[in-house]
Write a protein of this length. Structure first.
Length: 423
C-alpha cells in the first residue's frame, strides 16, 4: 500500500533565529543556516531545489506549516502556533494565517494576519481559485471539547490523529489586503462573511477547491470514528457525493492541476501506515457533476508512512512525505502519477535531517513550498522547529533525475528476470 499522513500533523521542535544564508559561488545554492545540525542539504538538493529561503521564524511561531499558495502566487495561507506573550502558555491548537509574498529583505513573509477564531482548532486552509478575498478552512470556530495531540506514539509505534467532531469547513470572505495592512493583524476578516459549507456532525476538514471552483473535495469522519472517507461538494447545487469509502482512513485529498484526477492517502490495511493513491474522477456527461472515481491506483505499498501527496505542476508526478528513512527524518519523495506505469522509481527530493513534508507548488510551477526542520536552532532546543520554507524548483532537473532512475530500475528488473530464468 501507499503511505501518507493526515494533513493536520506537524512535527514540532523549536529553533532560534539566525542570519540569512549567504550565497555560495554556485548561483542559487545557499549555505545552511544551521551547519551544526546539517550542512550538506543545500548542495544535495540542487539542481532540483535551489535558492532556499526560510519564510516563517521561531521568534514569531513555535511551529508553522501546511501552507498553500493563492492562484496568483502572491499570498499564502498556513497554520501555526504563535509565540505567546511573556508569562503566558502557548496555544493548544493551530491558528490559521494569511500572508503576502514576495518575502521581505530578511526572507520572511512580509505581512501576516490571523483569520481564525481565538482558541479554535484549525487546519487545511485554501484560497478560492478565482476570488482572491475568499478562503476556506477546517475549523472548530470555538475551542473543541476534547483534544488529543496527533503524532507518532513512541510507546506503541503507531500514529494517533485528532478528529474534533466540531470541525467544519467554512468559507470566509473579506478584504484580505485591508487585514494584512493592519498592524498585528485583525480578526475582522472572519467577521465580514462566513458560511459553513460542510457542517455535519463529526470531523469535516482537509478541503480544497477544484481548479474551476465548482467542487470542494474533503474528508469526513463520523463522530467518534477515525475511519475517514472522501466526499465532494458540488457548489452549484449543494449536493455531497461520496467518492472513497473504503475501510480505514482516506484523507488529504487534492485535485490534479486540470481537475480531472485526485490524489489522497489511505490506511487500507488498518495499520496506520498510510499509502498514496490516485484516481480519475467520473463526471456526468450532461450535468458535469462528479459521480465517483475510476482507475484507482496505489502508488506506494510498503511498511512506511507516506502522506500529504501533491501533484507536480504538470500533473505527471506526486510529491509526498515519507518515513522511508526514519520517523525522525521524514523526507519529500516523488513518484509517477500515471495509472499504468510499469516501472515506478521513487525520487528523493529533500536531503536534510529532521522533518521535511507537506510539499506544494506555486501556480507557475517555479517554486516549491514545504514544512521543514532545518533552520536556526533556539537555545535549549533539541532540534530546529518546524517552519515554512520556499525554494526555486527546476522541473526539467527533476525529470532528468526521474528518467535516469527509471532507466536504472528497468535495467535492474531485466537483469533480475534474466537471472531468474537461468537453469
Amino acid at each position: 500500500m501507499l503511505t501518507t499522513l493526515t494533513t493536520m500533523c506537524l512535527l514540532a521542535a523549536p529553533p532560534a533565529s539566525a542570519a540569512q544564508p549567504a550565497a555560495r559561488a554556485n548561483p542559487g545554492v545557499v549555505e545552511s543556516p544551521n551547519p551544526e545540525w546539517d550542512d550538506a542539504w543545500p548542495a544535495l538538493e540542487a539542481p532540483i531545489l535551489t535558492n532556499h529561503r526560510q519564510i516563517t521564524r521561531r521568534e514569531d511561531f513555535i511551529k508553522a506549516g501546511e501552507a498553500y499558495f493563492d492562484s496568483t502566487g502572491t499570498r499564502v495561507i498556513f497554520q501555526a502556533i504563535p509565540v505567546p506573550a511573556e508569562g503566558e502558555e502557548p496555544g493548544e491548537h493551530y491558528t490559521m494565517y494569511v500572508s503576502t509574498l514576495p518575502e521581505d529583505s530578511n526572507g520572511s513573509l512580509a505581512l501576516i494576519a490571523p483569520v481564525s477564531a481565538p482558541g479554535s482548532a484549525n487546519t487545511c486552509g485554501w484560497f478560492h481559485p478565482t476570488e482572491p478575498d475568499t478562503i476556506l478552512l477546517g475549523t472548530t470556530t470555538a475551542p473543541p471539547a476534547e483534544h488529543n495531540a496527533p503524532g507518532y506514539q513512541r510507546g506503541s509505534g503507531r500514529y494517533k490523529w485528532d478528529f474534533p467532531r466540531e470541525m467544519d469547513i467554512l468559507r470566509l470572505t473579506g478584504d484580505v489586503a485591508a487585514v494584512l495592512s493592519t498592524t498585528g493583524g485583525t480578526y475582522r476578516f472572519m467577521e465580514q462573511s462566513r458560511e459553513a459549507i460542510v457542517d455535519r456532525d463529526g470531523y469535516d476538514a482537509e478541503g480544497s477547491w477544484s481548479p474551476d471552483a465548482r467542487f470542494v473535495l474533503y474528508t469526513h469522519c463520523a463522530p467518534g470514528s477515525n475511519d475517514g472517507d472522501l466526499w465532494v461538494l458540488d457548489t452549484t447545487d449543494g449536493t455531497h457525493t461520496p467518492l472513497v469509502t473504503e475501510e480505514g482512513y482516506d484523507g488529504g485529498p487534492f485535485f490534479s492541476p486540470d481537475g480531472t484526477r485526485i490524489t489522497y492517502r489511505s490506511d487500507r490495511r488498518g495499520d496506520n501506515l498510510l499509502q498514496v493513491f490516485v484516481a480519475d474522477l467520473v463526471f456526468d456527461p450532461d450535468t458535469g457533476k462528479v459521480t465517483g472515481i475510476a482507475n484507482e491506483t496505489q502508488l506506494t505499498d510498503n511498511e512506511h508512512v507516506n502522506w500529504c501527496p501533491y501533484f507536480s505542476p504538470d500533473g505527471e508526478y506526486l510529491f509526498y512525505a515519507t518515513s522511508e528513512l526514519s520517523h525522525a527524518n521524514y523526507e519529500v519523495f516523488a513518484v509517477s502519477a500515471k495509472a499504468n506505469e510499469p516501472y515506478r522509481p521513487r525520487i528523493r527530493v529533500t536531503q536534510a535531517r529532521g522533518f521535511d513534508g507537506l510539499p506544494v507548488f506555486s501556480p507557475d510551477g517555479t517554486k516549491m513550498m514545504w514544512t521543514a526542520q532545518r533552520g536556526p536552532q533556539a537555545e535549549g532546543d533539541a532540534r530546529p522547529t518546524s517552519q515554512l520554507w520556499i525554494a526555486d524548483y527546476d522541473h526539467d532537473a527533476f525529470e532528468t533525475a526521474y528518467r535516469e532512475a527509471r532507466k536504472k530500475l528497468v535495467e535492474e528488473e531485466m537483469m533480475k528476470a534474466f537471472e531468474e530464468a537461468q537453469p
